[in-house]
Ligand binder design. Structure first.
Ligand code: TXE
Length: 480
């Protein structure tokens, strides 16, 4: 059975404990590889390597950092099929989605920040004729990057790329549920010529490895994507150490459909925003609000299209809904479906575990599920389910729907469907979410700020925001 290794100082190492964890293929329920059960001593080795590599990497000319990162992006493209297959087996998502979304974006992330490293600039402020200020932005040092299991290589690269581009060295931890593509990526790092110690990947459990990264005194900045509960834990540990923190957490995103929306587009895209990646995307629109005049027609069309979605073997090109990431997560989602019933919801389709015949008979599959008849304040409409489950609710006025949309503790993203130009902008201005999509969903320009308000996180990723996060500003004032 394949043993995944840590990548520290350019070497593939076994965990110092010698212990391993099972890595399960969620589509079959079978153990198919082993994950290092690393601990604080492995993190220490990684920090030592990252510290040693920092002076060289941080002072390298930007064009040289660019060259290595650009090669890395090309290598991801070269190996896209193999990486997509690995992501599919590790995570449970359809292989086609893995290629078109995850691996495509992983290369795009690295390429985007490779080029950004050549263009990033700092500011100068002339104070009349009396003084001139210039701001230096220097890399913070060793950055800690902790990523989740829903978009494994996509979010791993989204964190490490800006850190590497500005000259930080990195200690990174992928999720213990999806370690494989970050491991394969380390081979590409070597091939691309990334110097030893610049990127170190320590695999293992969150409370052991992740916490050791958060607690380490020589890691001054932590970039984390994951659940809100874990985010709060990280903040409570890193806060007293006064570390820089970027937290991208959960969401309970509203998807608002006005009666004047482009109907076909709204229905088709809402199917994607509800069920892509089994609903395991923090940006999924899990609460759909439809203006009453359109409600029945929308619900009918939406349920019909939901029933057409093929749940099945992620290797099958026809599959639209693959396996959920783990048995534990599947049971969590099923318990929310049960809760929706108890809270008085009506299931219009879905609601059950699916047994896929053949090699996937023991996999963790759930039918895409549509619930109506629930009030906004119930738990089903307040808590992040992170699975193929949506609720649909009617509304009568613009004011009412804005109130409903904002009435959760989360504030990550929102979608608005309308052809009324001024209403689109008016509603966007009043929604308390970090990202608003009008007549689209998950349409991304990597230069834009990405992140959430309220319990959806702290700080923003993307573009210069992420590069600033991984640097310290130092102002120099010269009296003329
Ligand atoms: O994620 P965790 P979980 C949401 C989603 C899901 C819930 C719980 O609702 O059901 O979170 O998922 C590492 N110190 N999202 O518990 O634990 C962990 O090893 C440092 C939303 O599986 O947050 C992994 O690498 N790190 C989300 C990473 O944190 C720790 C994506 C994320 O896992 C740690 C995933 C600790 N003490 C889940 N404990 C999104 N925003 O996209 C765990 N980790």
């Amino acid at each position: 059975m394949e043993k995944i290794a840590n990548y520290i100082n350019g070497q593939w190492l076994a965990p110092t404990s010698g212990k391993y964890l099972d890595n399960i293929n969620p589509a079959t329920g079978e153990v198919y590889s082993l994950i290092p059960d690393s601990d604080a001593s492995d993190v220490q080795l990684a920090v030592d390597a990252a510290r040693a590599a920092f002076p060289g990497w941080s002072t390298l000319l930007a064009e040289k950092r660019h060259a290595v990162l650009a090669r890395l992006a090309d290598l991801i493209d070269r190996d896209a099929d193999a990486l997509a297959m690995a992501e599919c087996i590790d995570q449970g998502k359809p292989v086609k989605l893995a290629k078109n979304m995850d691996i495509y974006r992983a290369a795009a992330n690295i390429r985007f920040y490779a080029t950004a490293s050549m263009h990033v600039a700092s500011e100068a402020h002339a104070t009349g004729a009396e003084a001139i200020n210039y701001t230096l932005r220097t890399p913070v040092g060793v950055a800690g990057c902790i990523s989740p299991w829903n978009l494994p290589l996509y979010l791993f690269t989204w964190k490490i790329a800006p850190a590497l581009a500005v000259g930080c060295t990195v200690v990174a931890k992928p999720s213990e549920l999806t370690p494989m593509t970050a491991y394969l990526f380390t081979r590409l790092c070597r091939e691309a010529g990334l110097p030893d110690g610049v990127l170190n990947v320590v695999q293992g459990l969150g409370p052991k490895v992740g916490q050791a990264i958060v607690d380490h005194p020589d890691i001054p900045a932590i970039s984390f994507t994951g659940g809100t509960v874990t985010g709060k834990k990280i903040m409570s540990s890193a806060g007293p150490m006064l570390k820089k923190l970027s937290l991208e957490l959960g969401g309970k995103n509203p998807n608002i459909v006005f009666a004047d929306a482009d109907f076909d587009n709204a229905v088709a895209t809402s199917i994607s925003s509800s069920f892509t990646n089994q609903g395991e995307i923090c940006l999924c629109g899990s609460r759909i609000f439809v203006e009453r005049a359109l409600f029945d027609r929308f619900v009918k069309a939406f349920v019909e299209k939901t029933k057409e979605l093929v749940v099945g073997d992620p290797l099958d090109e026809k599959t639209r809904i693959g396996a959920l990431v783990s048995e534990g997560h599947m049971n969590k989602v099923l318990s929310y479906i049960e809760l929706a019933r108890k809270e008085g919801g009506t299931l219009l389709t879905g609601g059950k575990r699916v047994t896929v015949p053949g090699r996937c008979a023991n996999g963790f599959f759930i039918e895409p599920t549509v619930v109506v008849g629930l009030p906004q304040e119930c738990r089903t409409n307040q808590e992040e389910i992170f699975g193929p489950v949506v609720t649909i609710m009617p509304f009568d006025t613009e004011d009412e729907v804005i109130g409903l949309a904002n009435a959760t503790t989360y504030g990550l993203s929102a979608t608005v469907w309308t052809t009324h130009l001024t209403r689109a902008h008016r509603v966007a201005a009043r929604l308390k979410s970090g990202i608003i999509w009008i007549n689209c969903w998950l349409y991304r320009d990597l230069r834009t700020p990405f992140g959430g308000m309220k319990q959806s996180g702290v700080g923003r990723e993307g573009g210069w925001e992420a590069m600033r996060f991984f640097t310290e500003a130092k102002n120099v004032c010269v009296r003329l």
